[in-house]
Design a protein around this ligand. Structure first.
Ligand code: HEC
Length: 387
C-alpha cells in the first residue's frame, strides 16, 4: 500500500478505534460502578414496584437518580437505550487497523523470521484463526466451568491466557504478539456483548412486551460475562499501549510479563470494585505497587559492554544507519517523524538509537534490513565513547 495512504488510514481508523473504545469502556465502567454502589430503595413504593437498588450521583450540573429493577418495571419504558454499538465499533475499527497495519504489511510487522519463519499469508491465517479460537475456547470453558465456580474459571482462564500469550510469542514478531493477545481478548469481550449480553436483553424486553415473567438464567449469564469484560479491560488496554515500549514487548519472557500484568490489573479492578461498594482495601494498591516496581527492576535491559574498543567515527555510524535504518527512517513518511539522514540527526538521537538497536533490539523491526551483531556492537561502542 502507498505509505501516505496507509498513514491517513492509520490516523482515521485509530481515532475511531480510540473514541469508540473510550465510549464502550466508559459506559462499561460506569454501569459496573453503578451496580456496585446500588443501595436498597428508600421509597417503599419503589421496592414494591420491583426496584432492587438505587443510586444517586452528581455530575454535569445536576443530580441523577438511577434505579435498577430486579427484572423489569411493569410497563415497558420508552425510549429504552441500548449499549452495543460502542462495542461493535471498537471491534470493527480495531480489526480494520489490524488489517491495514499488520495484515497488509505482514512481512515486516507480523512476521519475524528469527521467531518463526512463516509466510505472510500463514501468519495472517494463524492470527485470524486465533481470534476465533480464543472466543470458542473461552465460551466452552464458561459453559463447562463457569456455572460451578467463577474462581475455578478465573484460574483455568488465566492458564489459557498464558498459553495464548506464550504461543503468540512463538509465532509472531514481539510487538505483534502482544497485539494478537490483546485482539483475542478484545474479541472475547465483544463476542460476549454480541452473543450473550444483547440476546439476554432482547429476551428480557420480549418477555416484558408479552407480559410474561422473564427467565432470569440468561440475565445472570449476561451479568457474569459483563463482569468478565470488566476484568479483561485493563489487560487489553495494556496490550494496546505497550507497543511503544520495547523493553516490555521485546523482553525474553514477554508472555510471562503479560500474564503477571493481567493478574496485577485484575487485583487493581478488585480494589476499585470494593471501593464502589464503600470498602477500602488498601493492601491491594500497596501490593500492586510493589509488583510494578519488581517488574520494572526485572525488565531493565542489560547494557552489554561493547567488545569494540578502538574509536568509532561518525562516518562509520552513518554507514551502518544508511544501510540498516534509513530505508524507513528518511523522508516525510519516516515513522514517528524520526529521520536519520544527517550526522546531526543521528547524534541527537544517540540514546534512542542505543535503546532501540542495542539494548532492546526492537529496531530494525524483525531485523528487516539484516543488521549484524558487529554493527550493533559498533553502535554500542560509539554511544559509550560519546560518554
Ligand atoms: C522496516 C522499517 C524500519 C527500519 C529498517 C528501522 N525502523 Fe526504527 N522504526 C520503525 C517504525 C515503524 C517505528 C515506529 C514504532 C512505533 O510506532 O512506535 C520506528 C521507531 C523507531 C524509533 C523510536 C522508538 C520510540 O518508540 O521511541 C527509533 C529510535 C528507531 N526506530 C531507531 C531505528 C534504528 C536505529 C534503526 C536501524 C538500526 C531503525 N530504527 C530501523 C521502522 C523501522
Amino acid at each position: 500500500m502507498d505509505p501516505y495512504l496507509r498513514d491517513v488510514l492509520d490516523v482515521c481508523i485509530r481515532m475511531l478505534h480510540v473514541i469508540a473504545g473510550i465510549a464502550w469502556i466508559g459506559a462499561s465502567f460506569y454501569f459496573v460502578r453503578l451496580d456496585l454502589a446500588l443501595r436498597p430503595p428508600k421509597e417503599r413504593g419503589d421496592a414494591e414496584a420491583g426496584v432492587a437498588g438505587e443510586f444517586w450521583g452528581v455530575h454535569g450540573g445536576g443530580l441523577y437518580h438511577s434505579r435498577k429493577y430486579r427484572l423489569a418495571p411493569a410497563e415497558m419504558p420508552e425510549p429504552l437505550h441500548w449499549f452495543k454499538w460502542e462495542a461493535y465499533t471498537t471491534w470493527l475499527s480495531g480489526f480494520a487497523l489490524l488489517v491495514v497495519l499488520y495484515y497488509l504489511d505482514a512481512d515486516v510487522r507480523l512476521v519475524d523470521p528469527q521467531v518463526a519463519d512463516l509466510a505472510a499469508w500463514q501468519a495472517v491465517a494463524v492470527s485470524v484463526g486465533g481470534l476465533a479460537l480464543g472466543w470458542v475456547v473461552y465460551d466452552l470453558l464458561c459453559r463447562a466451568v463457569g456455572a460451578r465456580s467463577q474462581i475455578l474459571l478465573a484460574v483455568v482462564g488465566t492458564g489459557l491466557v498464558a498459553i495464548a500469550a506464550w504461543g503468540a510469542g512463538e509465532l509472531f514478531a514481539p510487538r505483534a504478539a502482544y497485539l494478537q493477545v490483546g485482539a483475542m481478548l478484545g474479541t472475547i469481550m465483544v463476542a460476549n456483548v454480541l452473543f450473550v449480553i444483547i440476546p439476554a436483553h432482547r429476551k428480557l424486553v420480549a418477555a416484558m412486551e408479552e407480559k410474561r415473567e422473564p427467565d432470569p438464567t440468561p440475565l445472570l449469564r449476561a451479568k457474569n460475562r459483563s463482569v468478565h469484560n470488566n476484568y479483561l479491560t485493563l489487560p487489553v488496554l495494556f496490550t494496546m499501549l505497550i507497543g511503544h515500549f520495547a523493553f516490555v514487548f521485546g523482553a525474553d519472557e514477554a508472555w510471562l510479563v503479560f500474564v503477571l500484568v493481567a493478574v496485577l490489573t485484575a487485583f487493581i479492578r478488585v480494589f476499585f470494585n470494593f471501593w464502589h461498594t464503600g470498602r477500602r482495601v488498601w493492601w491491594i494498591p500497596v501490593a500492586a505497587g510493589v509488583g510494578i516496581v519488581a517488574l520494572a527492576v526485572w525488565l531493565e535491559p542489560d547494557t552489554p559492554a561493547p567488545t569494540r574498543t578502538d574509536p568509532v567515527s561518525i562516518a562509520e555510524v552513518q554507514g551502518v544507519i544508511a544501510e540498516r535504518c534509513a530505508t524507513c527512517h528518511s523522508g516525510v513518511s519516516a515513522p514517528l517523524g524520526i529521520t536519520f539522514e544527517t550526522a546531526e540527526q543521528i547524534e541527537a538521537r544517540a540514546d534512542d538509537i542505543e535503546r532501540q538497536a542495542v539494548l532492546t533490539r526492537a529496531m530494525p523491526p524483525g531485523n528487516a534490513t539484516g543488521i549484524t551483531d558487529e554493527e550493533r556492537d559498533l553502535l554500542a561502542a560509539w554511544v559509550a565513547q560519546r560518554g
